[in-house]
Design a binder for this molecule. Structure first.
Ligand SMILES: [Zn+2]
Length: 58
C-alpha cells in the first residue's frame, strides 16, 4: 500500500497516541492501531479514529 500523501513511501502497521479535545475535556488514548508511512510519517489510522471518537466535529 502506497502512502497517499507523499505517493512514495509504503504504509506499515504501527500504533500511535491520540490526543483529542472534546466538549468539556481532553482525552489521550495510547496504542491506537494505525497505518503509518515509512517515509513522511503520515498516519491514517489516526484520522480514522478521530472521525469515530468525534464524529460530530468531523
Ligand atoms: Zn508518505
Amino acid at each position: 500500500m502506497r502512502c497517499l500523501t507523499c505517493k512514495n513511501g509504503s504504509m506499515k502497521p504501527s500504533s500511535t497516541a491520540y490526543f483529542a479535545q472534546l466538549k468539556n475535556c481532553y482525552v489521550i488514548i495510547e496504542n491506537v492501531p494505525c497505518m503509518k508511512c515509512e517515509q513522511c510519517g503520515e498516519d491514517y489510522g489516526l484520522r480514522y479514529f478521530c472521525c469515530i471518537i468525534s464524529e460530530h466535529n468531523c
